[in-house]
Design a protein around this ligand. Structure first.
Ligand SMILES: Nc1ncnc2c1ncn2[C@@H]1O[C@H](COP(=O)(O)OP(=O)(O)O)[C@@H](O)[C@H]1O
Ligand SMILES: [Mg+2]
Length: 248
């Protein structure tokens, strides 16, 4: 079954067309990577799926339900989480406070202060459990801005996962990471996403080919190919348009 489908998605920025009829299918439980040259429309596609933008045409379906135009907080509640290409932590808050915000957002408690006070211990426990899972307990009370780059990105990945989403979208999580940090992040994702569906945008082909069960290649706003890593490696159109330069 497909957990996520986009049907004939189009998008333009003030008349500049960047996506042309994208029909993406992501099966439940798979790790699916979207690759393609800079400017292909990958981040825009994420923004349409996660409600940051509304498509000019087409629909997005999550578990068969039309979620086109849903707001990010609505998506978080039905089980869609995301991290961003650009840093999205609150850098002045501590690691603990950042994760607690994600836990609170999932529960939608910020609207009801009295219930929040009642459940505070519960929320603290859940936040600490997340910290433990991602090995950041030692960094609990440090502001996010004081974390190393790799740990900071690990925190962001964890924020996307703190709400225990069924589907998580990660946009270039390895960008700017050292080899060791990348390795650590890949292992973290593997460990934290068991039983979940993962959709990643990634430039690092080592990450793509070690993590993805299936790959979709986006090129100039259209899907060029979808298939297993082996199929994508051998696909002539993909080699011509993109992977040929990357020597994988
Ligand atoms: N907010 C925006 N306003 C105008 N043009 C944009 C905006 N965001 C992206 N674009 C353009 O849309 C195209 C696709 O961008 P993007 O989705 O970021 O590509 P990718 O993530 O594959 O590198 C590019 O030509 C980019 O310049
Ligand atoms: Mg991008």
């Amino acid at each position: 079954m497909n957990i996520l489908e986009t049907k004939q998605l189009y998008h333009d920025f003030s008349g500049l067309e960047v996506l042309f009829g994208v029909y993406l299918q992501v099966a439940e439980g798979e790790r699916h990577a979207i690759i393609g040259p800079n400017g292909a429309g990958k981040t825009t596609l994420f923004n349409l799926i996660t409600g940051t933008y509304r498509p000019s045409r087409g629909q997005v379906f999550f578990k068969g339900r039309n979620i086109t135009g849903f707001q990010p907080h609505q998506l978080s509640r039905i089980g869609v989480g995301r991290s961003f290409q650009i840093t999205s932590t609150f850098t002045r808050l501590t690691t603990f406070q950042n994760i607690r915000l994600a836990v609170l957002a999932k529960r939608g408690i910020h609207f009801n202060l009295f219930r929040y006070v009642d459940r505070m211990h519960d929320i603290t426990r859940e936040t600490e459990a997340v910290l433990e899972r991602i090995n950041l307990t030692a960094e609990r009370d440090r502001p996010a801005s004081a974390l190393s780059y790799g740990k900071h990105r690990a925190l962001e990945i964890s924020l996307a996962l703190a709400t225990d989403p069924e589907l998580v979208l990660l946009d270039e999580f390895a960008a700017g990471m050292s080899r060791d940090e990348t390795h650590y992040a890949v292992e973290l994702i593997r460990r934290l996403t068991v039983g979940k569906t993962v959709l990643i945008i990634e430039h690092d082909m080592d990450v793509v080919f070690s993590l993805a069960d299936r790959i979709t290649v986006l090129h100039r706003g259209q899907i060029l190919a979808t298939g297993s890593p082996a199929e994508i490696r051998q696909n002539q159109a993909v080699k011509d348009a993109y992977l040929g330069d990357l020597e994988i």
